[in-house]
Design a protein around this ligand. Sequence first.
Ligand SMILES: [Zn+2]
Length: 293
Amino acid sequence: MQYRVEGIVIRSTDYGEGNKIITLFTRTHGKIGIVVRGAKKIKSRHGSLAQLFTYGEYLFFRNSGLGTLTHGEIIESHHVLREQLELTAYSSYAVELVDRALQEEDASAYIYEQLKACLTAFAEGKDVAITIQLFELKILEAAGYAPDFTACMSCGNTEGRMALSARAGGILCSRCRYKDPGAMELSDGALKLLRLFRQMDLRRLGNITVRDETKKQLKLVMRALMDTHLALQLKSRSFLDQMERYELTEPVRRQPRRDAGEANEANANSKSNESRDARDDARKQDPWDSDTE
Ligand SMILES: [Zn+2]
């Protein structure tokens, strides 16, 4: 049978003499394995269709098992994602998440749109850390582990300081926090963003500026949630970790955005002072908090 699908290449592996097998994540048919004959040959018309992150229209033939590509058109090659180390690392993690974290039935049109928006955001130079954290949230949702940041998981309280309990899949208020010794304190800024992200469609992500401290906290939160609920060993994530450890990301990220970054940072700083004041006030009123500080 002949199929025509729109999809994104989320895996591409060599196969036999000069061929490749790709996994396409499609809007309509979930994940599909397709053999691309001659993809590795220099003159191949299909070579670029088989490259990781390529978004295109694919025509293939399949009876059962793997399909065979007959024709394709590239809609967006996403070459910038393969050329810049930092973008390659983040994009690889995003597609590997779809490949490994999602069962066939979780691979919905909505998640397809989120992946597409995620790769577009990387290509457009949006904040990689924020983009990937939003995408991780979408993956958790799709896999059935959507965290709840609206109210305390134990008593339903919505006010005051909260801590993240990965085990509970949500937040605990200061009265209930003792129920999970592994719970981590959330700043007001981090909680606000988590609540916002939980509702947010990646297609609507603008240029958002977040303080480094908040970003670090969000990363720890997402890491804890991903490890607790999905527990995946991903090569792409080990690479990301290594890259960050050696700060290979710095020169790539800083240079092209210096102007906009400086203006935004001034803005973000004045906001952060406000939230710090608010936090101090909250502390004064909360005996539990002052005991532990
Ligand atoms: Zn509570």
